[in-house]
Design a binder for this molecule. Structure first.
Ligand code: MG
Length: 413
């Protein structure tokens, strides 16, 4: 028993919350977890939460199964977690019938208090996640924050007490809990900003490729922000369905879209990428780590180092070389890829940058950050992949426009 209650916990209901609600699940072979539950519990483990399952199992009092069977079911559950290097700190169950009038059946709180004493839990810093009124009711009575998941049989329709958040899945509930906790503790956030104009072929793949779990394990919360640049092919809707926050920017253009994205980015660190699945989003953790470890303000990427065959036309490669060389001569910035659109930078840097261009924004942000703001930066090679959907940017007109912009920028800032 611990005297000082300092730990934060997440109390999880079992049936309908982390596992499909099998009516009085009475055999281990009928028990499964919802997808991504082990990884999500690992997130809680890694963020310092005690993870406690509290579940009503009146099937025991009703004679449907024994406590030994229930133990077997819970061993199976814990086995799944071990495979993903996740763990639950304690499982508490109420074996009684609703008519028994016990103190431990949810929404009553005896089991939570027992866990609280054993694990030293501070309820005011803790969360309850469940699929029904009894979970939310217990959480409210304890002074915890509550999250309702609509994955149970009632789909969340039996609720009297308003939860602090309603989620469509356990994973979404967990993200909210972790973000809410971090907001209170003032932790770091990353915003991934993706401009998108008619990118229905690549947008979902792009959003889903962002390695949220890995970034969260590095101590970041992740905001995915897609700027819908007036698409008419449903790009915004697809992005939202894939889990992104969508900002609408009617003024078309790369610069307008990024300006709208930057204005809505809440992160301390901003990461940019295109919506056509060309940039290696799986590299974000590695690039963020370089930014952190080398105490940089800006990491820009070089697509030529590790480019996949067919990812860029010969004409675009030549054009890029001309633009990068011209930029090096005019601004003494030695980058191999002045047109790369994948950047990782500290948001505070934006205050020092004068960004006025539209199509040439990729080169302008580098000139502003490296030449004028004299920030600490580095160019890092990445693996660039062929694009999903038709090629849009990169004709002669764009090339000459960008070249002209370099000269203009040299004389007028
Ligand atoms: Mg339930």
């Amino acid at each position: 028993m611990q005297d000082i209650k300092l730990n934060r916990a997440v109390f999880l209901d079992r049936d309908g919350t982390i596992a499909p609600d099998v009516h009085y699940c009475r055999r281990p072979e009928d028990f499964e977890l919802f997808p991504n539950v082990p990884e999500t519990i690992r997130l809680f483990n890694n963020h310092g939460f005690k993870v406690v399952v509290v579940t009503n199992q009146s099937g025991i009092a009703r004679g449907y199964f024994t406590e030994e069977i229930l133990d077997c079911i819970h061993q199976k559950m814990e086995g799944y977690l071990v495979e993903s290097e996740a763990h639950i700190d304690a499982i508490y169950y109420c074996p009684h019938h609703p008519d028994d009038g016990c103190e431990c059946r949810k929404p009553r709180t005896a089991l939570f208090h027992k866990a609280g004493e054993t694990l030293g839990i501070d309820f005011s810093r803790s969360y309850v996640i469940g699929d029904s009124q009894i979970d939310i009711g217990a959480g409210k009575a304890l002074g915890c924050k509550t999250v309702l998941v609509t994955t149970g049989p009632s789909k969340g329709k039996d609720i009297i007490d308003l939860p602090d958040y309603e989620a469509k899945s356990f994973e979404e509930a967990a993200r909210w809990v972790i973000e809410n906790m971090k907001r209170k503790c003032d932790m770091k956030q990353i915003s991934v900003v993706i401009p998108a104009l008619n990118e229905r072929d690549g947008i979902e793949k792009t959003v889903r490729a962002i390695p949220k779990f890995e970034l969260e394990n590095m101590g970041y919360t992740v905001q995915v922000l897609v700027v819908d640049n007036n698409s008419n092919d449903g790009t915004g809707e697809l992005a939202r369905n894939a889990g992104a926050e969508v900002v609408h920017e009617p003024a078309r253009g790369y610069g307008s879209a990024f300006q709208a994205g930057f204005a809505n980015a809440a992160g301390d660190v901003i990461v940019t990428a295109d919506a056509d699945a060309t940039y290696p989003l799986e590299d974000i953790p590695r690039l963020v780590k370089i930014l952190e470890d080398e105490n940089l303000d800006f990491v820009t990427t070089n697509r030529f180092g590790l480019m996949v065959d067919g990812a860029m036309s010969f004409r675009n490669k030549v054009g890029n070389a001309v633009l990068s060389t011209t930029m090096a001569i005019l601004f003494q910035i030695n980058v191999k890829d002045s047109q790369s659109g994948m950047w990782i930078f500290k948001r505070d840097l934006l205050k020092k940058l004068v960004l006025t261009s539209n199509t040439p924004l990729s080169q302008e942000i580098k000139i502003e950050a490296f030449h004028f703001a004299k920030c600490r930066w580095k160019e890092v090679p990445i693996k660039y992949k062929p694009r999903a959907g038709k090629v849009k940017l990169g004709g002669w007109k764009v090339g000459f426009g960008n070249l002209l912009h370099l000269f203009k920028k040299r004389f007028v800032r």
